[in-house]
Design a protein around this ligand. Structure first.
Ligand SMILES: C[S@@+](CC[C@H](N)C(=O)[O-])C[C@H]1O[C@@H](n2cnc3c(N)ncnc32)[C@H](O)[C@@H]1O
Length: 368
C-alpha cells in the first residue's frame, strides 16, 4: 500500500465543522466533513502527520480496503485478498472490531471472525486484546476495512498524569478554543482550571508545539512504518515565543498543583501561570484583554445535588465587573446554569456528547 488512500479523523458528533477547519488550515489534502469526523487523502506520511499535528481528532484511521460483500463466504474470500502484509506485521498482534448496518451480513461477531481468520491464516499474526485494532464496517453491503493508526486515543497527549475528577478531553478543549476564535496570540484565562486542560492546550497552540510530540502511536507497529522518516518528521520544530501568557486559577490547591505538574511535563511551565484563587477574587492579568474560557462544575459528574446557580452568577458578575474587552467561552451541560451568569451569550451552538452528558459552548463577543 503505497498510493494515496482515504484517511479518517474521528471526532465527537457536532464537532465535525471545527475539526474540518483545523484540518483545512493545516494543509491536508481534500478535507471533507462527514458524520463523525473528517476525511482526507494521503499516504502513510499523512497518517503520521495527522496524528502528530491535529489537535481536534480523537483518532486517525487508515482506510485500507473496501469491497462489496453480501454473504459471509464472500466476505471470507475477499478478506483473504486484502493486502494484509502491506499494512500489518506478522510479529505484531492484532484485534478486530466489526459493525453492520443496512447489510445482508448483519451479525458483527461473525463478520469479525471471518476477518480474524483471514489475517491469521494469510499473514500469520496472532490476536491479542491490546493488539493493533482493525475496524470492519459493513454498510449497505459495502465492507470497509480500516486500521486504527493512533492506538491510545489522541486526547491523551502524554503529559497528563495528574487528573481531576471531571477533566475535559484535550481534543475537545482545543476545538472549543478554536470556536472562540483563539489563534495563539492573546492571553487566555481559565478561572476554574481543574487539571489545566484549556490553559495547557492554549499555551501549546501559542508556542506552536505539536500535540503528538511526546507520545507513541499504533502506526509505529505497522508494516508501513519508516522509523527514519518519522524521526525526521517529528524533529521539524515550528516553535515560537508566544505573544501572551495563559493563566489558570482554581479555588482548590490540589487542582493548582496538578495543573503545574501537567504544564511542567508538557514543557509549557514558562508560559503558563497557575495560582489558587476563588472566582470571587478573580482579576484580569495586566496587559491587553483576550479570552476567558471555563468549564465550571456541572451536571451529574460534579456537585450533584448542590445548587450551582450562585457559582455561575458569581462568575458572570466577575466577568461583567472586571473583564471589559474580554471574550468569554463557557462549557456547560445546563442551559439554566448558563443563564444564571447573565452574560450576553451569542446564539447557542449544538450540544456535543461528553462523558455521558451533552455539553455546549456558550460564547460572548468582547464584553462592554
Ligand atoms: C469541571 S472542573 C474543571 C475541569 C477542567 N476543565 C479540566 O479539564 O481539568 C471545575 C473546577 O472548578 C473549580 N471550582 C469550583 N468552584 C470554584 C470557585 N468558586 N472558584 C474557583 N474555582 C472553583 C473546582 O475546583 C474544579 O476544579
Amino acid at each position: 500500500m503505497t498510493e494515496a488512500f482515504e484517511i479518517f479523523l474521528a471526532t465527537a458528533p457536532g464537532l465535525e465543522p471545527l475539526l474540518f477547519e483545523e484540518v483545512r488550515t493545516k494543509g491536508f489534502r481534500r478535507p471533507k466533513a462527514v458524520p463523525g469526523g473528517v476525511t482526507i487523502e494521503g499516504g502513510w506520511p499523512e497518517v503520521w502527520r495527522a496524528n502528530l499535528w491535529v489537535r481536534g481528532a480523537g483518532r486517525v484511521l487508515a482506510r485500507i480496503d473496501s469491497f462489496r460483500a453480501v454473504h459471509l463466504a464472500q466476505l471470507d474470500a475477499k478478506a483473504r485478498r486484502v493486502d494484509w502484509a502491506g499494512v500489518l506485521r506478522a510479529d505484531v498482534p492484532f484485534r478486530v472490531e466489526a459493525s453492520c448496518a443496512g447489510s445482508r451480513i448483519y451479525h458483527s461477531g461473525a463478520a469479525a471472525q471471518r476477518i480474524e481468520t483471514a489475517i491469521r491464516e494469510t499473514l500469520g499474526a496472532k490476536q491479542a486484546e491490546d493488539g493493533v485494532l482493525v475496524m470492519v464496517r459493513l454498510e449497505n453491503d459495502q465492507c470497509t476495512i480500516s486500521v486504527d493508526t493512533s492506538g491510545e486515543p489522541l486526547h491523551k497527549r502524554g503529559y497528563k498524569q495528574a487528573l481531576n475528577p471531571a477533566p475535559l478531553r484535550e481534543t475537545m478543549a482545543a476545538l472549543f478554543l478554536r470556536q472562540c476564535g483563539y489563534e495563539g496570540t492573546e492571553p487566555v484565562v481559565d478561572p476554574m482550571c481543574g487539571a489545566g486542560t484549556f490553559v495547557i492546550e492554549a499555551a501549546e497552540i501559542a508556542a506552536r508545539l505539536n500535540p503528538g510530540r511526546s507520545r507513541t502511536f499504533a502506526f509505529e507497529h505497522l508494516a508501513s512504518f519508516d522509523a527514519e522518516a518519522w524521526a525526521a518528521m517529528r524533529a521539524v520544530r515550528s516553535q515560537r515565543v508566544p505573544a501572551a501568557r495563559c493563566y489558570g486559577r482554581d479555588r482548590d490547591a490540589g487542582a493548582i498543583a496538578m495543573s503545574r505538574a501537567n504544564a511542567e511535563r508538557a514543557g509549557v511551565a514558562e508560559i503558563t501561570d497557575f495560582a489558587q484563587a476563588p472566582i470571587s477574587e478573580l482579576t484580569p492579568p495586566e496587559g491587553p484583554p483576550g479570552l476567558v474560557i471555563v468549564n465550571p462544575p456541572y451536571g451529574s459528574r460534579m456537585g450533584e445535588g448542590t445548587d450551582l446557580a450562585p457559582l455561575y452568577a458569581a462568575f458572570g458578575q466577575a466577568m461583567l465587573r472586571r473583564f471589559a474587552g474580554w471574550r468569554v467561552g463557557m462549557v456547560t451541560s445546563e442551559p439554566k446554569l448558563a443563564q444564571a451568569t447573565r452574560l450576553p451569550f451569542l446564539p447557542n451552538t449544538a450540544p456535543v456528547p461528553h462523558g455521558g452528558l451533552r455539553v455546549a459552548l456558550y460564547r460572548t463577543l468582547p464584553l462592554a
